[in-house]
Ligand binder design. Structure first.
Ligand SMILES: Cc1cc2nc3c(=O)[nH]c(=O)nc-3n(C[C@H](O)[C@H](O)[C@H](O)COP(=O)(O)OP(=O)(O)OC[C@H]3O[C@@H](n4cnc5c(N)ncnc54)[C@H](O)[C@@H]3O)c2cc1C
Ligand code: SF4
Ligand code: SF4
Length: 1010
């Protein structure tokens, strides 16, 4: 095929929505594979995963390259150059305007190109590869008292390359400016692969002496800057928050500074500033030289209360004169949303007084603590002058300051978690106007929303006149799309009236580039095209962004284009909360929070692999495309889908930490069920799933299972035949499993009937002992019985009404997608415990994944009141005790234990917010110092760690954070882990033993029996 032909084939923005994604161009894939060491992903699933970003758009890429080195990037550009194929650089893919989607070879630098290349603390300078995230860079800098101060809210997953690409800006831009103000130089590759360092060039330099390709390029650009100086002065809004178009003002000598331009050298042009904000349309960044700032040691926060939103907006211009580092808006809707979340209510009560219509969070930061306190005082005086005496809550406590910022972020998350077809849509959400126009502008825009029958919640960067607002629209509807366009046109016309900026933070992409014409005028748009032509004459770098854009409301480019529909089918679980399985999947808006690599749990498989395929977002995208038929027939049941789901450990991290509550653990059960129904269940999965049924028999010959670990060769055999890793020890059946009769509590004697009336004097509790604790670690159950009895509870052991084998929740069946069997198991449990629950008796369990399933999967298996009643009463052992202690009802005789307890919480304990309950219960032990390990998933996750094909990833997960933390444990420390899998992993991988909290309490009882 000739280059011309290929070029014609690849040109333009072809609509993404054919009936399905076809395999990518095999010839291009082959040529790339021959040249690079990294991954070349041209299969439909991979291309589907890279067809979206956090915008409303979807475009099928030609293919994906994940380069291992900068040299791989160069080779990719060379291959694409010869093939005439467009190229699209990509970091975290968190762009909101569609700048990271396109019919191109997408090159994802976030996996491998994330190193710090050079660092000079004295010069406050660092050089990094483009794929490093902001938070990782700042973690590196922190010990040196430095930071990179463009503090965007996606810092945990946004890359420096992407931040430069979009000219990102953070909460404290008032002080530190935008990316442009903080990038010193950029090393980049031109579209044909030639390397250039873009940095300062003195205005009076002899450009002819610079070597090619920089010299001739600089000559063109300097000439363009000189020619367009007047146009830039006339057309560029005099605002820091102007990120639209190319930064042509960087080419204009003595152009008025639009940002803070920290350390700006007026004697030189900085060509890196032209690349900043160019959205991957000019060159491919391979390294960034950044200017750093000292970390301010002292911060003080004033929370200003306003009786009206208008007053808050009108006051901002006065407040910024006090030299704060941030002024952020939180409106009434957000306050109410935050108040509705139990975990934030206490903090909100501390910093919100009464019922204000808006808050401005005003931060002062710097070296001198007294100076920051004086800032607060001046703020109170100013508010008094504005007629708002006694309206500032002053916060100097660092923890409460953090809580305030967390609440602001959480409000946004709640807003984004709106269920149903209408969603807050990002398209005018970062217009910026002068502060003196802010009140009138927000007032008028609110009226525009009203006129179109919608609303928007306002928040964010009041200090720089850049407020976020997302009108709620259903973009699956043609009428609502028309509304979006009308709102955009009216909003931008208004912004033009105010000489404001239509693109003030998130970039241009597909949603805004079209409006450069009315906002900047034809001459400036022509100049943008000239810049593009100088760098990329063939127009192959991220086409359709900034120059030559399509219409922003071209629905064929939407994630939900005309004709988008999902297949209806019978589901195993109840998805009515979301309006069905597909709407639950569509909750993923691609914001990429699941790509964070530190803190919390979500998403262990991503942290271990750094693959887009193995992050919650990648799975949600694969599911959405499959359900809507875009990955071909029966894609939901395909091996590719099974592969995409395989590394999901069902940790439920996403259920809690995903801002929109995407619950992939539950979705995986549904997918496994659908697959099992059609294709059956693999032998290994069946073997593990049926554990509750064969455990009573196996328990009579515990030696049998141990043979596999003892007789040489049996491990390998079980690996080959059953797929159980030979490198993993199997759980050991106890010689003396928990026995519901023999191990029943002796005193006080429980009335073993659910019909018995509650005795108000002796509080009742049902203890349900799961399969794992019954057969593998009965000592936990016995400890729980003793502790509960010692505290004076009447303990009923949950027993099957039919007198058969012990009760089980069906978790092992759910994990294999064997939903009918799970329902049968759980049905037996429900039959016995629901009557107790209906009487208000707590149902207590020990194993987090089993007990918390009663609040999660079981109600989804049994929609109706019975399961709901149980869910309301099901409590983990530690939750029950913590609640009893808080109510002053717990009398547990415990002796001192002067040791340190290192707590590793189970992922489901984190997901259900019950970690603090374990901590509180452990603190009941006098003298025990409790420290919670800040680690993600242990990697064992039920049967996951036993799989021969998942063992390595399981160990990588453990090595991510748990094992390093455990390595710090002293010989005297007690490791506490309530999850049976966690304890197994800790024993296998760290060689340490961990115990359930029940056992630790039992050992601390003053009258402990052996
Ligand atoms: C919930 C949410 C909150 C956000 N908050 C903020 C905020 O507070 N402030 C803010 O400014 N933005 C914000 N954003 C937008 C976005 O997160 C930022 O623009 C971020 O910097 C993008 O980083 P990324 O790594 O995801 O880049 P990507 O989205 O992957 O890429 C961004 C652009 O840079 C280009 N690019 C990437 N790598 C390179 C490279 N190596 N060479 C050349 N070009 C490259 C891409 O082609 C693309 O045009 C938010 C987004 C979301 C979803
Ligand atoms: S799964 Fe959740 S966190 Fe991840 S991209 Fe989707 S919405 Fe964001
Ligand atoms: S359940 Fe855990 S592993 Fe699975 S997608 Fe969610 S966070 Fe990732």
């Amino acid at each position: 095929m000739t280059t011309t032909l290929v070029r014609r084939r690849y040109s333009g923005l072809s609509p993404s929505h054919k009936s399905s994604f076809f395999p990518g161009d095999p010839d291009l894939a082959r040529r790339l594979k021959a040249r690079i060491a990294g991954e070349v992903l041209f299969d439909p699933f991979s291309r589907g995963r890279y067809a979206t970003d956090a915008s409303i758009y979807q475009i099928e890429p030609l293919g994906v390259v994940v380069p291992r080195t900068a040299d791989d990037v160069r080779r990719t550009l060379e291959v694409a150059h010869h093939a005439g194929a467009p190229v699209l650089p990509r970091g975290g893919g968190t762009s909101q305007c569609g700048q990271t989607v396109g019919r191109a070879v997408v090159v994802d630098v976030s996996k491998h190109l994330d190193r710090v290349l050079a660092f000079d603390a004295g010069a406050r300078a660092v050089t990094v590869e483009p794929g490093i995230t902001l938070d990782r860079l700042n973690a590196f800098l922190k010990p040196h008292g430095l930071w990179f101060p463009v503090d965007i809210s996606t810092g945990d997953r946004a890359t420096l390359g992407g931040m430069a690409g979009n000219n990102s800006c953070g909460t404290r831009s008032l002080r530190y400016g935008t990316m442009r103000d903080n990038v010193h130089a950029i090393e980049a590759l031109l579209p044909d692969g030639q390397a250039v360092r873009f940095g300062e060039i003195p205005w009076d330099a002899d450009l002819g002496r610079l070597s090619a390709p920089l010299g001739p390029l600089a000559e063109k650009l300097f000439a363009l800057g000189a020619r367009e100086a007047d146009e830039v002065a006339a057309r560029f809004p005099a605002l820091m928050r102007r990120v639209g178009g190319y930064n042509i003002d960087a080419l204009v000598r003595d152009a008025p500074a639009s940002g803070t331009l920290r350390g700006h050298n007026r004697a030189a042009a900085n060509l890196a500033h032209l690349l900043v904000g160019s959205e991957g349309t000019l060159a491919f960044t391979t390294a960034l030289e950044l200017d750093l700032a000292p970390l301010p040691p002292h911060r003080a926060l004033g929370v200003c209360h306003f009786p009206t939103f208008y007053k808050a907006m009108a006051s901002t211009q006065h407040i910024v004169r006090l030299d704060p580092s941030a002024v952020e808006l939180v409106d009434r809707t957000m306050i109410d949303l935050a108040r509705a979340i139990p975990m934030f209510r206490a903090a909100v009560d501390q910093f919100v007084r009464g019922e204000p219509e808006a808050l401005l969070l005003v931060e002062f930061a710097g070296e001198d603590r007294d100076e920051q306190l004086r800032g607060l005082k001046r703020l109170s005086e100013l508010m008094g002058d504005l007629g708002l005496t006694d309206s500032v809550i002053e916060i100097t406590d660092a923890k409460l300051q953090r809580d305030v910022w967390d609440v602001r972020k959480a409000g946004l998350n709640i807003m984004m978690s709106m269920k149903g077809e209408g969603k807050p849509v990002s398209f005018i959400e970062d217009c910026a106007v002068r502060l003196e126009d802010l009140a009138e502008y927000t007032d008028r825009l609110t009226a525009v929303f009203r006129k179109h029958g919608t609303t928007g919640t306002w928040y964010a960067h009041a200090s720089v006149g850049c407020l976020h607002v997302r009108p709620v629209l259903n973009l699956k509807s043609e009428i609502e799309v028309k509304k979006m366009r009308a709102i955009a046109e009216e909003a931008f016309a208004m912004v033009r009236e105010y000489k404001g900026s239509h693109s003030g933070e998130h970039g241009d992409g597909l949603v805004r580039s079209e409006f450069h014409q009315p906002m900047f005028g034809s001459r400036m748009v022509g100049a943008f095209a000239e810049v593009k032509g100088a760098f990329d004459p063939e127009g192959r770098m991220n086409p359709g962004k900034i120059v030559d854009p399509p219409r922003m409301d071209d629905r064929t480019l939407f994630r939900y284009p005309p004709g988008y529909a999902t297949k209806k089918f019978e589901t195993a679980l109840d998805w009515s909360e979301w309006g069905g399985f597909a709407p639950a999947v569509e909750m993923c808006n691609n914001n990429g929070a699941c790509r964070k690599r530190d803190g919390g749990v979500m998403c262990p498989s991503y942290r271990a692999t750094l693959d887009e395929a193995h992050v919650t977002r990648g799975r949600a995208n694969a599911l959405r495309l499959a359900l809507s038929g875009q990955l071909g027939r029966d894609a939901l049941l395909s091996d590719d889908m099974a592969e995409a789901m395989k590394l999901c450990v069902g940790c439920k991290g996403c259920r809690r930490e995903c801002p929109t509550g995407v619950d992939m653990a539950r979705m995986k059960i549904e997918v496994l069920y659908q697959r099992a129904r059609r294709l059956g269940v693999p032998l290994r999965d069946k073997l593990i799933a049926h554990l509750p049924r064969y455990a009573p028999v196996m328990a009579r010959m515990p030696w049998l299972m141990r043979l596999r670990d003892r007789i040489p060769g049996l491990g390998m055999l079980s690996e080959r035949v059953l797929g159980l890793s030979a490198r993993r020890s199997l759980p050991k059946f106890a010689a003396d499993p928990f026995d519901l009769v023999r191990d029943a509590p002796v005193a006080p004697v429980g009335a073993q009937s659910h019909d018995a009336p509650i005795d108000p004097a002796a509080r009742e509790v049902v203890l349900w002992v799961d399969t794992f604790d019954t057969y593998f670690e009965p000592e936990n159950a016995r400890a729980a019985v003793r502790v509960l009895a010692a505290a004076g509870y009447r303990v009923h052991l949950a027993k099957p009404d039919d007198g058969g084998r012990p009760l089980c929740c069906g978790r092992t069946y759910l994990a294999a997608g064997m939903v009918a069997e799970a329902r049968a198991e759980a049905g037996r449990l429900l039959a016995h415990v629901v009557p107790f629950a209906k009487r208000g008796v707590p149902i207590v369990g020990l194993e987090p994944s089993c007990l918390l399933g009663l609040r999660d999967e079981i109600p989804a298996l049994f929609p109706g009141d019975e399961a709901k009643a149980l869910a309301g009463r099901a409590k983990l052992f530690e939750e029950f005790l913590a609640e009893e202690a808080a109510a002053g009802r717990l009398a547990l005789p415990l002796k001192p234990l002067p040791k340190r307890a290192l707590l590793h919480p189970h992922c489901h304990q984190k997901s259900f917010g019950v970690v603090s309950a374990v901590e509180r219960v452990l603190r009941l032990v006098p003298g025990l110092r409790v420290e919670t390990i800040d680690a993600g998933c242990c990697g064992m996750a039920g049967a996951f760690g036993f799989g021969a094909d998942t063992f390595d990833v399981s160990m990588r997960m453990a090595r991510e954070s748990l094992l390093p933390a455990l390595a710090q444990a002293g010989a005297d420390d007690i490791v506490v882990a309530d999850g049976t899998s966690c304890r197994h992993q800790i024993a296998d991988a760290a060689g340490q033993s961990a115990m359930h909290v029940a056992r630790l309490l039992e050992q601390s009882l003053t009258e402990n029996r052996p």
